[in-house]
Write a protein that binds this ligand. Sequence first.
Ligand SMILES: [Zn+2]
Length: 367
Amino acid sequence: MLQHDRVVHHPLGGASYYFKESLLKYVNAQCSRPAVVLHVGAQPNCTPHIGNITTIATCFALGAALQTRFARNVRVKFVFVDSAPSPGHEIVINGVKYQRSLKQMGTLEEYKPAFIHVLDRLSELSGVPYETATQSFWRANPAFPNVIRSLVARHETLGARLSPETGRLAIRVPCPHEGCGLADKHGLNNEYHSDDRIAFICPEHGEHHISLMAPHEVERLEFNTPLRNLIRILLCSLDTDTSWIMCTGSDYAGFYQEQLTWRLLEQPATAPVIFYTPLILDWSGAKLSKGLYVKEDGYKYLVDAGHRYLLDGEVFLQTRDGLEALFKEVQDWVDKPYKLFRNYSLEYLEMQLVARGMGEHEWEEDK
Ligand SMILES: [Zn+2]
């Protein structure tokens, strides 16, 4: 292996060049409404890993900075993506992919406590209050039915924009037949009727409908990630009391957001700020994937070498002062844009956590 000199360079480029000293002031100025809510979410299909925890911690660090430096009324809103597919419950029938969601399978309840544990401790460290919600939070928004109707009215053009692989708008509703709950993941067989009804097909129980004029039926809708993101951004744009800041991993920056969000907005100036958090990368520069680790025994070398805590949030939380060290580290990123608009390797993160007081080797027994 190539040895390195442990010297960190901090090249300025892009946003880090233009927001050298002024990032927080700029973000604060973008939040012109009385309250500030920092949104962060996760698909609760496993316990949180170091990547999720880093994103959540950065969100709390930004909240703390806005609260203490600008005396803003800030809180964090953690929203579980319970409409995401439940692992192992995706099936293909006649070339169409069907899923059962985390909500259908009760998976949310299994992993929720681990996320709450992380949120409780970060809230305590940052002094920023938080609340949690599921996707029904967005569906219960009074503007939701109108936003959906306006998007469905454009389903042909938006389908091609938001689902470039299928060209169809990925709207789904779990089959209402008792014990079924299958949903056409990509909305391939949906039919959009002129009377504001959408017909969905279950491979086992046939057609079922919802009417976009009936709010309690609209509440059953689920969406793929780009469509959900667009709906969320539109709802936050319409909120006159609260300025929203959407915190997300920086793998959603760039081409994804430009093509699947910004160019589709009619009024980008009212849209929330999207605040991208650094990714934690493996030796090759790929972001850590807990899914990969769970399913395929990936990163066995890390576990064998006693570094399981870098993959498994539950183990990380058992390290002495690990979360405290991570919070100090991410506060530094929020303070210094040259440390924010970039990603970090596992090796570097570990070095920083140890330097910031994380107890060493407490995770060894987990080998
Ligand atoms: Zn069914």
